[in-house]
Design a protein around this ligand. Sequence first.
Ligand SMILES: Cc1cc2nc3c(=O)[nH]c(=O)nc-3n(C[C@H](O)[C@H](O)[C@H](O)COP(=O)(O)O)c2cc1C
Length: 240
Amino acid sequence: MVMLMDTGPPDGGCRTFISCRVDWIRGPQIAGRLRRADAPLFQASPKLVRVVIDRPPPFPEYPLAQSPIADPAAEDAVRARFLQQMRLVPGAVAIVATALGTRRTGLVATAWNSLCADPPMLLACINRRSSAHPIVADARAFSINLLAADHAETVAIFSARRGLDGADRFVPGAWTDGPGGQPLLNDAVAAFECELDDLHDYGTHSILIGRVGAMRSRADAPAMLYLDGGFASAVLAPRD
Ligand SMILES: Cc1cc2nc3c(=O)[nH]c(=O)nc-3n(C[C@H](O)[C@H](O)[C@H](O)COP(=O)(O)O)c2cc1C
């Protein structure tokens, strides 16, 4: 890769061709530090510095799995590959909770994210057969509660592994209803109360689109992540 930069030295003297390696990339441009290669090539140039960036391939070339979208016989293979590959994608573990009068429940979910900030909206994908689905549809409201790394028991309860259903799932933890009547986990890393703005069915799931109202957060606990079938803790990398 070659970059031309009009960066001649102030004394108007010799400009050079420099063989470089990119060791930092920020944003859309290569704007960071350039390091000279071991055997740089220097040549005179009247005006420009031509930076020859001799960049090593950043990653080994992993084989591209066949993409037989047009081949129905391969559907199972694609599904298996998709599930296997999604194990590599870390998900922030949350409880999607909902309440309408005495009906209340919640489920563990990693398929959620922000949709936009203006207005503040979140989306969550929940199975249409989950016990929360009909309550969300009736209440037109729900909450999303990002768990901390030490909320393993909450995960067990809200993924039906403790045999608790409905309102009983909220008894072991500390929950308080938000102003919109939705359950908010007191010690969630981040809790959002949402009004259901839209609900789209797709296949086995529905996409809940929620307008955020009340929020609560705590910054002293790392969030829980789900990765490769296990749980991890989101720890910040050092910043430079
Ligand atoms: C780590 C993890 C992530 C999950 N993510 C989702 C999700 O995003 N959407 C969903 O519908 N179910 C998800 N589930 C499954 C539900 O939490 C689980 O099936 C739950 O028991 C459904 O609620 P129900 O028992 O009240 O029907 C997840 C489970 C786990 C353990």
